[in-house]
Design a protein around this ligand. Structure first.
Ligand code: GAP
Length: 427
């Protein structure tokens, strides 16, 4: 993990938020390469969930909803973690993560357990009064439930169908840590898949399999993924059954994605609290509340799993090569272009032309510093799958070398064939 944290900082993936002021726990900023990788993850999720499917629609709702949403969803009452505070140093801990009876920091006496609500509060409008109190959403799916009737009215879907959303979520976690694994501000990719009651268990199993396949398709090694069945007593207040896809993080197996059977809990409760009927009428005129299967995944947590899974080192003649063996679709940069020598104007001119040309279709980097070997190493470390080098032969026969990150093998490719070459590789 330390190696990943330092690589992320050094190469511009992740920076501690507000670092010049000493940082702010649980908040992270994403640098030039981090934002590219995050965007790739979101795009690939969206493609697999929305674009490749006929019956799943996208949505983009606000971070702040009417405060009644959180009453209806049960979050005001139940979205809590058990908390204990040290009476001496006043540090706060999650009671369920404590091992002893005393403060792990100073040994002081701890308070009794109380429930701490994880939602961030804010006030809407100029008056800071209870009536204006609102919350930053701790999950994006409530925006989906409260728009259920809108989507049904305009898309006229048949069951089963889904509504998907990607957006920020906020949780005032009592303890953070493990880098970007548990944050107070993060992005979520959530699908609410509505099904006929009675068919929910079948669809739940379907989504568990689909999601597991997707993680492998993204490049995560099969042996680092497993399923975890939540025992009945640890289920969230809305869930009939939840299965997590766990990843083998350096600190142990932990939840990567949760797949819950939320039953008709949310639609029923929003109907009750809002007075608007959110039941569904099928083609036979039968009215009922659909059940909901919900695969839910954090973008940052996925990014961490991908980075950890891709990281490897190769020792050769006392030189260590660090490689991020990322799926090229996830890699921030697809192609790096180099002139063999930076002081030969003909090579630089041709390389610049290729660089400008490829940029129209791919995320491409330029590098003319140091020697070629160093440039290859530098690209390996950030997971760039291919490097193009313009050499003297290029000036004669309009070919370049394309070097592959995984094999380090080079092949000559015609300059006019480069776009097709990379497009095919990325397919
Ligand atoms: N709507 C369902 C829901 O919110 P969850 O298991 O609490 O379920 C879903 O969260 C996913 O969001 C998790 O599997 C994880 O990937 C991500 N996630 C949750 N809390 C997080 C946090 N504090 N920091 C980063 N990611 C988090």
């Amino acid at each position: 993990m330390e190696k990943i944290v330092s690589l992320c900082k050094r190469r511009g993936f992740v920076f501690p938020s507000s670092e010049i002021y000493g940082g702010i726990g649980g908040f992270w900023d994403f640098g030039p390469l981090g934002v590219l990788m995050k965007n790739n993850i979101k795009r690939l999720w969206w493609k697999a969930i929305v674009e490749e499917r006929e019956n799943i629609f996208g949505l983009d709702t606000t971070v702040i909803h009417h405060p009644k949403v959180w009453e209806a969803s049960g979050h005001l009452a139940s979205f809590t973690d058990p908390l204990r505070e040290c009476k001496s140093c006043h540090k706060r801990f999650r009671a369920d993560k404590l091992t002893g009876e005393n403060c792990p920091e100073c040994g002081g006496e701890l308070t009794e357990v109380k429930q701490f609500n994880l939602m961030f509060e804010t006030y809407v409008g100029p008056a800071k009064q209870t009536a204006n109190k609102a919350y930053l959403r701790p999950e994006t799916c409530q925006g989906i439930f409260i728009n259920f009737a809108n989507v049904v009215d305009c898309m006229r879907p048949k069951l089963p169908f889904g509504i998907a959303q990607i957006g920020k979520g906020f949780r005032n976690e009592i303890t953070t840590g493990d880098f970007i694994f548990r944050d107070r501000e993060f992005e979520m990719m959530e699908l609410e898949f509505f099904v006929r009651p009675g068919e929910d268990e079948k669809w739940h199993d379907y989504w568990i399999k689909e999601r597991l396949k997707w993680h492998q398709k993204m490049g995560i090694k099969k042996e680092n993924l497993r399923l975890f069945e939540h025992p009945k007593e640890s289920l969230a207040h809305y869930s009939k059954r939840t299965v997590d896809i766990e990843y083998k993080f350096p600190f142990g197996w932990a939840e990567l994605e949760g797949i819950a059977n939320r039953t008709d809990f949310d639609l029923k409760n929003h109907s009750k609290f809002s007075g608007k009927d959110l039941s569904f009428q099928d083609e036979n005129g039968e009215k009922f509340y659909p059940f909901v299967i919900e695969p839910s995944l954090g973008v940052e947590r996925m990014m961490l799993a991908l980075l950890l899974d891709a990281y490897r080192e190769e020792k050769n003649n006392k030189v260590t090569r660090v490689i991020l063996s990322l799926n090229p679709k996830v890699s921030p940069i697809k192609v790096a272009v180099f002139p063999l020598l930076a002081n030969k104007p003909d090579l630089v001119k041709l390389a610049r032309r290729i660089y400008e040309d490829l940029r129209e279709d791919f995320m491409v980097a330029w590098d003319d510093r140091g020697n070629i070997g160093k440039r290859y190493f530098s690209q390996d470390e950030i997971g760039t799958p291919w490097c193009v080098t313009v050499d003297f032969q290029s000036l004669d026969d309009n070919t370049v070398t394309v070097r592959d990150r995984e094999t380090t093998k080079q092949e000559r490719v015609g300059i006019d064939k480069l776009k097709d070459f990379f497009e095919n590789k990325l397919k």
